[in-house]
Design a protein around this ligand. Structure first.
Ligand code: ZN
Length: 121
């Protein structure tokens, strides 16, 4: 059964762990592509940019947005890489605060999450 359809919750079954791992690997591939794409937009902007001063300022602004997004993507990549090793741990999928099972939907959305929604809010 697909983890998203699982009503009983996160069953710590090997099959489901394998699915989560594959999901994390897919997410990481996606993020790496995103970082590559953003990197193209974060090259230094020429001071004597022929397109004019205002456009240059816009370029600098959008570059800083791209840099921020790239930093975020890189940070998530790091977290996902660390999570990939954790998926086989016995306590993976359980909240670090209340020890309850983390909802499968949340695991799927945020596999690197270590807390249930209740403890997060
Ligand atoms: Zn909790």
């Amino acid at each position: 059964m697909l983890i998203l359809e699982s009503e009983a919750g996160w069953n710590v079954e090997a099959e489901e762990r394998a699915k989560v791992k594959q999901h994390i690997i897919n997410e990481m591939d996606h993020l790496r592509a995103e970082v590559d794409r953003l990197r193209e937009h974060t090259s230094p902007i020429e001071p004597d940019n022929a397109i004019g001063r205002l456009t240059r300022m816009e370029a600098i602004n959008s570059r800083s947005i791209h840099e921020k997004n790239m930093g975020r993507a890189l940070a998530r990549l790091k977290r996902l890489a660390a999570t990939l090793v954790r998926v086989d741990d016995e306590d993976y999928g359980y909240c670090r605060t209340c020890d309850e099972e983390i909802a499968p939907k949340r695991i799927w959305l945020v596999p690197e999450g270590t807390h249930c929604m209740k403890c997060l809010s």
